[in-house]
Design a protein around this ligand. Sequence first.
Ligand code: IVH
Length: 666
Amino acid sequence: MQNNKNLGAKDRIDKLKKVINHHRYVYHVLDRQEISDAALDSLKKELFDLEQEFPQFITPDSPTQRIGGKPLPEFKKVTHAERMLSLNDAFSKEDMQSWQERIFKLLTPQEKSGVNFYCELKIDGLAIELKYENGVLQEGSTRGDGTVGEDITNNIKTVEAIPLSIEYKKNLVVRGEVFISKKEFEAINKLQSKNNLPLYANPRNIAAGSVRQLDPKITAVRKLDSFAYDIILGIENHTHQERHELLKKFGFKTNASNQYCKSLEEVLRFYERVKNIRNKLTYEIDGIVVIINNNAIFEKLGVVGKAPRGAIAFKFAQSQAITVIEDIKIQVGRTGAMTPVAVLKSVQISGITITRATLHNEDEIRRLGVKIGDTVIVGRAGDVIPDIIKVLPQLRTGKEKEFIMPRACPSCKTKLQKSDTEALWRCPNPRCFARQRRSFYHFVSRASFNIEGLGPKIIDRLLSEGLVQDPSDLFSLKEGDIKQLERFGEKSAENLIKSIEEKKEISLARFMYSLGIRNIGAETTIDLARHFRSLENIKNAKLQDFDEIVNIGPIVAKSVHEWFSQKDNLKFLDKLKKAGIKIKNPPKKAKGKLSGKTFVFTGTLGSIERELAKEKVRELGGNISESVSFKTSFVVVGLEPGSKVSKAKKLGVKILDEKEFLKIIK
Ligand code: IVH
């Protein structure tokens, strides 16, 4: 067993090394990027952790043991005064604690009590070394492979934050970071885009590309900046903080946000503070650097592989990470759509544990080439469901399994259907239990009946206990029914009954939305409600009656019409009525000054929320549409508008800026 585990670990380590080496070569030598920084860091972290667990497999050629890439052949080579090291990464409080524990094991009790920290902002730029002789800048170089770097003296001299001469006349070696501001980054990318050139992925890429130009004139037009963070030779000092003070005295730009911290608790607080001001900074940072402040202790701790033991990069949570797909399951949606979902080996992204990611549909699985057992990059943007960004096939063991999309519904076994226009397979059976359960979730959700405290877990329990069959049964539940459920207290039962009771009265639009009719979004239900003004009218509408509604096309019309023609659905409506649901119909359409006018919004409005703007238009009798057509009266354009503007121009639709729009709705 142990042997198997070892073999598995060794194989994984070997493969990780290969993949990391490939991406590091592309990144450092070619200044290109195939995967994100976050994904590469995540790979490195896994390798580092595995090597910690199985130190017998650490080899001198491991990426954890070496730094940078080979220097570019075009540049003169420079041998660094001292090896230019790199840092190991930490991503959490626990990582930081185990770093401190590792260090403490190597120190005497007296040394331990002398441990405190200097914390710096970790600038997302490029490391440089500067040599001063007799007070004059003689040489500037990149890190290269840590021992030998590239001579970029002439380029460095274009960076105004770096002094060309200093008062101190003895030999001195200074290290720091060159970088580019967020503003400059955007300006350069705008220019790239104007000239139809590829965009840079991040400020680091531009800084690297600019500093490693063979023609310093090109470097000069890029407004590079620099912070100094270390002195290597030439001067007595006892703490890292003192080095920073000296650097400042000599005329180097040091970072005023850096801070001395007397304990790990203080470091953690500093980290949180920096995280909060991150967006306000004019340059990008990707975390903080934490260094043992006492130089003697820092030296004693020495170096492992590429990194000093006495310093660590405490990075901000990442929006991407690597993990393994343990299984692929099918989720049945309320409209019958079959969504393949990847079950993941749990992984942290931006501080949240992720165990599932959507694979969208069969085409997406094919596009990614994903198999069960694959190592993948997962990403998460904001609150969006995480998705799989890329498969890393180099990490395959040969045991991965192909996923085969089922041809029958996993819940009700009905044969699945697929239309020509969609990538999705669907279960056509409206009585399918999985579909009904999803419809139930939808019925109580925020934009529908909005029943507080009633989430999927409780619905599942109510269903499995047989207390409800469909959402209409909710309204006849009694406190006693719920109290008997495990883990349900008297108070929570009472609260739930109360919040169900409170929601018995509902607007027609919300009611329509809660029915979960296919192709009907919240906006559409508002249009339907405003036009038909009662459930009866919608129910009795003929297909052609939908034609006169501005935003409603034939697909929506057919969906609604079909829904109201099904016996089961009519029965359900009846049950809801009997359960005491009261639908509030919208008032008779006011003949406002915007009646007959249709508005489309694009871009961000500065002084009014988009939803509020829409409401205003509706109040004045106008319509809202999501897309520009010949029926559109106005396109309101905010900041960073989309393609709707060019469409409006093409169709000759009148364009309003925010000011003009506000005047109209005043
Ligand atoms: S101290 C032993 N301080 O982060 C290395 N590094 O892997 C000591 N970096 O490429 C580095 N800001 O160029 C230090 N304030 C800062 C930094 C910083 C950015 C970079 C450094 C290196 C990487 C660490």
